[in-house]
Design a protein around this ligand. Structure first.
Ligand code: IFM
Length: 451
């Protein structure tokens, strides 16, 4: 207690495709997710985000839930094809109007809107012109950022350009379990990653041009990587994984360019051809990407244990018996403290927001009608403790956002994974705050009292 400064932001997060529904209402254009979910076999329960939590119609109720939770801020994303249906042409006033009303309603109850511009729902028309592997997408993204800064920037102070570029690039173009669902296309993944970072830099400039007072950041999914043992093969596996997941994004954002060792890895595995980075990096790109930002957004869920399959020794770091969430992810709060300390030591961001942290557990209403999700409450408490410990160690963490306010559409897992602190009955769309909602509310209040 007492470790969180008075200015600390307590929040909760969602994203457009995961909660809004209304996939084709009021002039919204299709996104790559509207198309992807319709391909047989892509979503485990065969579901779509067509309705999701119906937040597009029930937003006023959701704002009340936020007000009663007592958070300082709510992080949501704007659906690009809702506001610019083909991504690059005419703005759709009804789409902008939705976010305009949401922002006003949040401010009316004293909740700061923190806006993410890209949480994976690329306008389908842009995908048809090449999508993120094409440089043009970064340029039109900056235009979209400028439209939103013009529309909401008189009331929105903090903006997140891109959510989790690693996921967009590698899950979208290598693993193929997320839209656009391409597999084993390393070169497209690398071009995508670069254009996302470039889009972030260009959007940062575009927002600053509209609203010089705005604070702009990017959100990365980061994970501390530990070698499973001291065996050189495991240590090498850890270097590679850390390079792929963490340094490939952090190094260029903090002015160091792409890390040489990972460039060498990428040449070896043929994600980069003979021309190397020149395939997509143009003069001044790296300066654009490294433009100073207001904060770094960090999404943390678990640590990564790196083990080379050929290692002959038993692992010293074992996660198999660890507490695991329904996603199979290890609950490891100290990893968040370690990660935050490493960011301070290696990159020195002026401000960090933990923009997502949370857990999927299936607990539903019991005989008393309430949801006793003790494991989630504990998960959140322990991770808040880890943030407090990092602050005590001098890391400039300025906010913590629980993922997620609502149970929602968990991408390829459909509605089978529940991350919400509010239960959503997907048949009736009724919302019921879980015990973790009450615990988070009480924790925020308690932390405020000790300031
Ligand atoms: O639901 C996702 C979110 O969209 C991005 N970060 C991770 C969450 C849980 O998988």
């Amino acid at each position: 207690m007492g470790r969180f400064p008075a200015s600390f932001t307590w929040g909760t997060s969602t994203s457009a495709y995961q909660i809004e529904g209304a996939f084709d209402e009021d002039g919204k254009g299709p996104s790559i997710w509207d198309e992807f979910v319709r391909r047989p076999g892509t979503i485990v329960d065969g579901s779509t985000g067509d309705v999701a939590c119906d937040h597009y119609h029930r937003w006023a109720q959701d704002v009340r839930l936020l007000a009663e939770l007592g958070v300082d801020a709510y992080r949501f994303s704007v659906s690009w094809p809702r506001v610019i249906p083909d991504g690059r042409g005419q703005t759709n006033p009804a789409g902008v109007g939705f976010y305009d009303r949401l922002v006003d309603a949040l401010l009316d109850v004293g909740v700061e809107p923190v806006v993410t511009l890209y949480h994976w729902d690329l306008p389908l028309a842009l995908a048809e012109r090449g999508g993120w592997p094409s440089r043009d997408t970064a340029e039109v993204f900056a235009r979209y950022a400028s439209v939103m800064a013009d529309a909401l920037g008189d009331r929105v102070r903090r903006w997140i350009t891109i959510n989790e570029p690693w996921v967009v690039a590698e899950r979208g173009y290598v693993y193929g379990d997320k839209a656009p669902g391409r597999r084993n296309d390393g070169p497209a993944a690398l071009a995508t990653a670069h254009h996302l970072l470039l889009g972030h830099g260009l959007a940062t400039e575009a927002i600053a041009a509209e609203r010089p007072e705005a604070q702009v950041g990017i959100t990365l999914n980061l994970s501390p990587v530990v070698a499973a043992s001291n065996h050189p093969l495991d240590i090498e596996a850890a270097r590679r994984l850390d390079g792929d997941l963490n340094r490939w994004y952090l190094d260029p954002l903090y002015g160091r360019g792409y890390p040489d060792d990972v460039v060498a890895d990428r040449r070896a595995d043929r994600w980069l051809g003979a021309g190397g980075l020149d395939a997509f990096v143009r003069p001044h790109d790296m300066e654009t990407i490294a433009a100073p930002t207001g904060f770094l957004g960090v999404n943390y869920y678990e640590r990564t244990i790196a083990r080379d399959p050929a290692t002959p020794v038993p692992p010293e770091v074992v996660a198999d018996d660890a507490a695991r969430t329904a996603m199979g992810w290890e609950s490891y709060p100290d990893g968040l403290r370690e990660l935050l300390g490493r960011l301070r030591d290696d990159y020195g961001p002026s401000s960090i927001l933990v923009t997502e942290n949370g857990a999927s557990y299936p607990d539903g209403p019991g005989p008393d009608g309430r949801i006793h999700d003790e494991r989630r409450s504990r998960f959140i408490d322990e991770h808040i403790d880890a943030v407090g410990a990092a602050i005590a160690e001098g890391v400039p963490v300025d906010g913590y956002f629980v993922w997620s306010l609502l149970d929602n559409f968990e991408w390829a897992f459909g509605y089978t994974q529940r991350f919400g602190i509010v239960w959503v009955d997907f048949a009736t769309l009724e919302r019921i705050p879980k015990d973790s909602y009450v615990r988070y509310r009480d924790r925020i209040a308690a932390e405020r009292r000790t300031r």
